[in-house]
Structures are given as C-alpha cells and as structure tokens.
Design a protein around this ligand. Structure first.
Ligand SMILES: Cc1cc2nc3c(=O)[nH]c(=O)nc-3n(C[C@H](O)[C@H](O)[C@H](O)COP(=O)(O)OP(=O)(O)OC[C@H]3O[C@@H](n4cnc5c(N)ncnc54)[C@H](O)[C@@H]3O)c2cc1C
Length: 385
C-alpha cells in the first residue's frame, strides 16, 4: 500500500510538476488549477481517512508523499498538504456532523481548508490577537484582520482563531464557509519563495455563522494539536528540496571539469555530497518518527484528549527546527556548487534556496520553536528526556 501510493505520487510529480519550476516560480495568478490535477489523479487530500474516498494515507506515509511532491515544487506541495492543519482540528474537536459535512465536501471536490490565525500586531504571541467572535442569538459574529493565510481564496472553508467578545480570556476556533458574506481578500502576498502557493491577507467583517460552527475547547489548544501534523509535513518539504539539490549537483558535477577531471571524482565534492546524504537521512528519520508518534495518538482511544493535554509534540517541534536548519545547510552548499550561475535566476538552485527558507519561518520561527521546547519540555523536569 505504502510503496504503491508513493510510486503514484512520484509518477504524478514527474508528469505534472517536474520541468514546470519556472511556471510555479512565476507566482501564477491561479495556482489552483494545478492542484486540480492532483485531484484528477485521485491524490488530493491523501491523508484524510479512506472512508472519505481518499488515498487514506497515514502521516508517516505523508512524509514521503510530501518529499516526492517537494522534489518537483515545494510551493505546490505546501498548498496540497497545508489543509491537514484544519482537517486534524475538525477530526479532533468538531461535532461529528460538522466534521463529516466539510471533510466529505473537501474529499469530493479536492478542495482546501484555510487557517486564519496570524495577525500583524500579535506576531507569534497568539494570545494577543484581536479578531473576535460575539454571540448574537444562536449565531457567532466574527470581525478582525488576519495577516497571513494560505489557500484562503480557493478554500471550501476557513478555520479562524478568534477571541470571545464576551470573555477576553477565552479563544475559539470557528469554521467559516468560504462563501460567508464579509470575507474579503485584502491582498495576495508576493513571497520570495514557495511561489507556487498563494498566501493572503484577509479581512473579516460581521461574518455570521451558527454557534454550532465553534469547535470544542480552547482555540489555542485546538491549533496546537493541528500544528503537530502540519509542522511535520512542512519539515518534510525540506527532504524533497534537499534530494533535488543532491541530484542536480550530481548532474552538474558529471560534466564540470576541475583539475583535469570531472568534479564528481573530486574528494571535496564527494565530502559535500556525503554530508548532504547524511542530512537527508536524519531529516527523513526525524520526520517519520514524529509522524509515527502523531499516528499512534490518532489511532488511540482518546486522541482529542491526549492532544489537548500534551499540546505540541516534542518530536514535531524537533523535526521542523532540525529540517529547517539541515535543509538550509544543504541549500547553501548547493548554492555554492554552481559558481556564479548559482546566484542567477537562470539556474534552479536559486529557487530551491528561496523555497527552503520557509521551513524555518512558517508555523513558528526557530526562536519560537526553541522557546516552546524550553517551556514545555525542559522546565517541567518530568517531561525531560
Ligand atoms: C508562506 C507563508 C504561509 C503562511 N501561511 C499561514 C496560514 O495559512 N495561516 C496563518 O495563520 N499564518 C500563516 N503564515 C504566518 C506564519 O506562520 C508566521 O509568519 C510565522 O509563524 C512567524 O510569525 P510572525 O510573522 O508573527 O513573526 P514573529 O514570530 O512574531 O517573529 C518576529 C520576530 O520576533 C521574534 N520572536 C517571536 N517570538 C519569539 C520568542 N518567543 N522568543 C524570541 N524571539 C521571538 C522572532 O525571532 C522574529 O525576530 C504564513 C507565513 C508564510 C511566510
């Protein structure tokens, strides 16, 4: 099952994505039609349980799926998997009828879920967000500005982190169907990398939905649970990018002459490629091990309770930070590999470097991840390894 799925994804990446790097990097106006090819291949939202008619892959398998897609284009991969953050929250914390309705629709149409958490002023201190939800009769009314949100324009529905207007200490995660009046796309960001994906600034004005669209529990805790899945897959994009850097380096070195011989037979080059292979292996092992931990919780009797208590998983934090750093080490080695050509837009390596940089920024930069590891896993003595 695993290898068959991965083979299908590899074939899809080869036929539909590879060699289209320039198009993806051109920040196409409508990256979504590209994603519809994933749906046509029966691969969209592959991590949703098979009962929804999807490929039904585990998060552990998803590590290799994301690596295969990112090998061709990391922005496409990011767009394709980021909904896992929202779908995990729905599976864990939404009333079953709400979850089933929206997950079925996503699975049928190959659609997206957008997450609206970040705000300009609050930064990573999400406890300072100002977007609010007020209870009016049997409805919730949302207002606020969200700074970054990927896939929002094309999404079927959005999950919005908001503060209760009645009790400022209380946070909720509210589901907004995309066609809810009052959702305005303020702009699409011009990112330096991951340009095959689309991230927006969004304004919410009097967006009204039934109170049943509020997920159970505290919105900040809901988000932490979902981030376990998406952080592991963000980390996995670094594996695909690093594999591509290795392969284009090998192709280049076969034809490049240094000291009268092919660069590929040079000991300095061999050392660099050996180092890259080590990084790829450790990145993949860390992502797989974190994903297996996530899968084990999801398969347990009370995944919602466990994630609600545990919050962020140490191995997921470690995967994201390690892959951001190791991936960057590979990218910068690759950048030097092609000499001056490597610093031009004419060569693929520049795109790979720009794409790779997002791993250490999105869903918590390294300072934030270090802080989380310290406060959650170092200060409490009982949680130290
Ligand atoms: C391509 C892309 C896609 C995105 N998609 C989404 C999305 O779909 N939904 C969404 O909600 N958001 C999204 N984001 C936002 C992203 O998750 C945040 O930008 C990221 O988590 C960093 O947070 P921030 O921008 O608030 O900056 P901050 O984290 O506030 O960082 C600003 C500065 O403060 C420092 N800092 C912050 N906290 C600490 C700390 N605890 N200790 C020490 N220093 C600290 C940082 O190191 C940095 O120097 C996206 C961003 C990008 C680039």
């Amino acid at each position: 099952m695993t290898s068959e799925l991965i083979n299908r994804v590899r074939r899809f990446a080869e036929t539909e994505l590879l060699s289209k790097e320039n198009w993806f990097d051109s920040r196409p106006e409508t990256p979504v039609p590209a994603s519809s090819t994933l749906h046509a291949a029966g691969l969209a939202n592959w991590w949703l349980p098979a009962e929804y008619g999807t490929a039904g892959a585990s998060l552990t398998e998803s590590v290799d799926v994301v690596s295969a897609l990112s090998y061709a284009d990391a922005g496409f991969a990011f767009s394709s998997f980021l909904s896992v953050l929202g779908t995990t929250m729905l599976r864990l914390f939404a009333e079953p009828v709400l979850a089933t309705e929206h997950l079925s629709r996503m699975a049928r149409g190959g659609g997206f879920c957008g997450i609206l958490a970040s705000e300009e002023e609050a930064g990573s201190e999400l406890g300072r967000i100002t977007t609010s939800y007020a209870t009016v009769g049997g409805d919730l009314v949302l207002n606020g500005d969200k700074y970054f949100s990927t896939n929002t324009d094309a999404a079927d529905f959005l999950l919005v982190l908001a503060r209760s207007a009645e009790d400022e200490s209380n946070f909720g995660m509210v589901l907004l169907p995309r066609d809810t009046p009052g959702i305005e796309i303020a702009k699409r960001w011009d990112m330096i990398g991951m340009r095959g994906s689309a991230t927006y600034q969004v304004r919410l004005t009097d967006c009204t939905v039934p109170a049943a669209n509020l997920l159970r529990g505290n919105g900040l805790r809901n988000l932490e649970a979902g981030l376990n899945a998406s952080r592991i897959l963000i980390a996995s994009t670094a594996i695909g990018i690093a594999r591509r850097v290795r392969d284009i380096s090998m192709e280049y070195a076969a034809g490049k002459q240094v000291k009268g011989a092919a660069l590929s037979s040079n000991a300095v080059f061999a050392g660099k490629l050996g180092q890259i292979e080590m990084h790829i292996d450790v990145m993949r092992n860390q992502c797989r091990s974190a994903a297996a931990e996530f899968d084990a919780v999801m398969a347990s009797n009370d995944p919602a309770g466990t994630f609600y208590r545990t919050g962020t998983i140490r191995s997921a934090l470690a995967a994201k930070m390690f892959c951001g750093q190791a991936g960057w080490a590979v990218a910068t080695t690759g950048s030097e590999m092609f000499g001056g050509l490597g610093y031009t837009h004419d060569h693929l390596i520049g795109k790979l470097v720009r794409d790779l940089r997002y791993v250490g920024l999105v869903e918590g930069g390294d300072d934030v991840i270090r802080d989380l590891l310290y406060t959650r896993y170092v200060i409490p003595m009982a949680r130290r390894l």
